[in-house]
Design a protein around this ligand. Structure first.
Ligand code: GDP
Ligand code: MN
Length: 336
């Protein structure tokens, strides 16, 4: 009898999740993951969490991208842990190499100099191709053509909270274009001329800039860059926005300026400045309720919302280190 009662009690606390893939409306969306064969173990850990916390109820598909072919082992072992369709894409060489207008000697000298100055990833060549790819090309990979929404995932990130609604549909129904979990300030040494280049772009392309935008989020009192950016290892966003003439013209302008190679411009500040220029606050959403970890930072729900999580709420970066985080400043901005 004791065992029976115990089972009943346990049953009461079990959350029963329906399979929502057939019964409910779905967005035209996919997870997109740029990764390497050697990331297999970390990526499986991440995907098992993402499936457990969300996707086992929705079965959204996955697109894996790589500058080298994925191994058969990688494909099989990924397919084993996910409930959505998987497609594995090779990145075309033109999207992961030097454009002809880049002086490769100057690029190599910049890497050497930044390595000596101990700037994070300063001497790393492939990291620069990665940042340029995530800034300007992943959304133009042919495997992404059929989708309207993407969710970027990286190997090794953690998902701590049960997500009991569809974040893609949330974006669509609320006219959101860009969603983030963590925002922080960038290392200035990686982007010394990004702000000036962006200002020049804006001056030369005034007609492309909407009156209501989010430039306040990235501008300091003196009119310079406050270094705030949305951390792009997590993004839920509109592919139509990234594929727009506006965003692509901004990326092309930056690419020509050479800072992906002569400096070490990250895709996070580039996406963020694009978002700030072209979108307004109502179109950008902080997923406060998504418990998310990318080393070394957490976004973790507070109070009642933490009940369905395993993350420590006091660790959430916007309360733990307000000075480095930009999220509460984002929240305080006026709506358009
Ligand atoms: P960090 O988050 O800035 O420290 O950079 P990561 O090392 O996490 O890289 C960012 C993303 O790009 C991750 O999804 C990586 O798996 C991926 N990535 C980085 N470098 C390469 C590369 O050379 N090839 C491929 N295919 N993916 C890469
Ligand atoms: Mn990462």
């Amino acid at each position: 009898a004791a065992a029976f009662t115990e089972t009943l009690v346990v049953k009461e606390t079990v959350v029963v999740h329906e399979d929502l893939s057939e019964s409910q409306e779905k967005a035209n969306a996919a997870f997109v993951i740029l990764t390497r064969n050697k990331d297999l173990k970390d990526l499986r850990e991440t995907l098992i969490q993402l499936e457990d916390r969300l996707n086992r109820r929705y079965h959204y598909p996955y697109v894996f991208l790589n500058n080298e072919p994925f191994s058969d082992e990688f494909k099989a072992k990924i397919r084993n842990v996910v409930s959505g369709e998987c497609e594995f894409g090779l990145i075309p060489t033109e999207h992961w190499s030097y454009p002809d207008f880049i002086n490769q000697t100057r690029a190599a000298e910049a890497r050497k100099d930044m390595a000596e100055r101990k700037i994070i990833y300063g001497g790393n060549e492939s990291y620069r191709h990665m940042c340029r790819y995530e800034s300007g090309f992943f959304f133009r990979h042919p495997l992404m053509d059929k989708y309207k929404w993407y969710w970027r995932v990286e190997p090794g990130v953690k998902f701590a909270c049960d997500i009991d609604y569809d974040p893609f549909l949330f974006m669509e129904k609320n006219d959101k274009k860009y969603g983030f979990t963590i925002s922080i300030k960038e290392y200035i040494e990686t982007i010394p001329s990004l702000w000036e280049t962006t200002m020049n772009y804006m001056k030369e392309n005034e007609a492309k800039i909407p009156e209501k935008n989010l430039m306040e989020f990235v501008t300091n009192k003196d009119g310079g860059y406050n270094l705030c950016h949305f951390w792009s290892n997590f993004e839920i966003g509109s592919l139509d926005f990234l594929r727009s003439d506006q965003y692509v013209s901004y990326f092309d302008y930056l690419d020509r300026a050479g800072g992906f190679f002569y400096e070490r411009w990250g895709d996070a500040p580039v996406h963020s400045l694009g978002v700030a220029m072209f979108l307004n606050k109502n179109e950008v959403h902080w997923f406060e309720d998504i418990g998310y970890f990318h080393g070394p930072l957490w976004n973790c729900p507070k109070g009642k919302a933490n009940d369905k999580c395993w993350c420590p709420e006091e660790e959430s970066i916007e309360i733990k280190n307000k000075g480095w985080s930009c999220t509460l400043d984002f929240v305080d901005l006026p709506n358009p």
